[in-house]
Design a protein around this ligand. Structure first.
Ligand SMILES: Nc1ncnc2c1ncn2[C@@H]1O[C@H](COP(=O)(O)OP(=O)(O)O)[C@@H](O)[C@H]1O
Ligand SMILES: [Mg+2]
Length: 227
């Protein structure tokens, strides 16, 4: 069953946020999901200490158990495995990428962030060579302005396109709901519109992202089996 890895060497690029949005949205849609929190900061494990009905979907690596073995074990049991991994050149990242059906590269649409995201793509390319297989991947823009596309965002999108790096059509816009998930330790569909502005738009944005991930996985599988 598909393994989706969020990778970027830069902290604060939206790995944990996008992994949690994806995992809880797929679970809301009725899928069986596990999110593996492989980042030593354990942002998602700490989120799971709250009262969300989705808390059980977050798990952390078991000490002494090889990460790729763990990924194999959970991917044989669940429809989706999402891995939030610290994005530096470490063994966990290599193990996660070796099992990935899709690598998402979350990043903010800021010039400095785009430069760092190039590292993540470099790592991905070396993994592709190492494993002699193409790893489907795509940049997902995070915390973008929901109302207007800024000049900076347009410019960065254009550079990503010129570098022939695939990019998700759906951006995860800057939304209070996405930071409130962490503040209240619940999923977006468990937030209240009394406390959180723009909740409906955040839910719709999350659904669009999850649907695009599903479509991308399906397309990659079809292309893989055609090759
Ligand atoms: N789309 C978004 N809307 C609002 N806040 C966001 C969004 N994406 C990320 N954030 C905030 O940015 C910060 C960093 O995001 P995080 O997902 O923890 O990054 P990473 O896991 O890559 O270090 C967090 O405080 C998170 O709440
Ligand atoms: Mg994180």
């Amino acid at each position: 069953m598909p393994v989706v890895v969020a990778a970027n060497t830069k902290g604060g690029s939206g790995k944990s946020t996008s992994s949690l949005i994806l995992g809880t949205t797929l679970a809301k849609m009725g899928a069986s999901v596990r999110i593996l929190d492989a980042d030593p900061q354990r942002t998602l494990l700490s989120w799971a200490s709250g009262k969300s009905k989705y808390s059980d979907i977050v798990i952390s690596p078991k000490p002494g158990l090889d990460l790729s073995d763990l990924i194999d074990e959970i991917s044989s049991q669940f429809q989706f495995v999402i891995i939030d991994v610290q994005g530096s050149a470490n063994q966990e990242l290599a193990a996660a990428m070796s099992r990935a059906d899709l690598v998402t590269i979350p990043m903010r649409a800021k010039t400095a962030d785009a430069e760092v995201a190039a590292n993540a793509i470099g790592l991905l390319n070396s993994q592709q060579k190492l494993f002699r297989r193409a790893i489907p991947h795509g940049v997902v823009f995070i915390a973008t302005n929901p109302v207007i596309t800024t000049k900076e965002e347009k410019h960065i999108r254009e550079s990503v396109k010129q570098l022939k790096i695939p990019c998700f059509q759906t951006s995860l816009h800057e939304r209070t709901a996405y930071s409130h998930m962490f503040r209240f330790k619940v999923a977006i569909d468990e937030l209240s519109s009394r406390e959180t502005n723009g909740l409906e738009a955040a839910l719709e944005n999350a659904d669009n992202y999850a649907n695009e991930v599903i479509a991308t996985l399906r397309q990659a599988r079809e292309e893989g089996s055609a090759a």
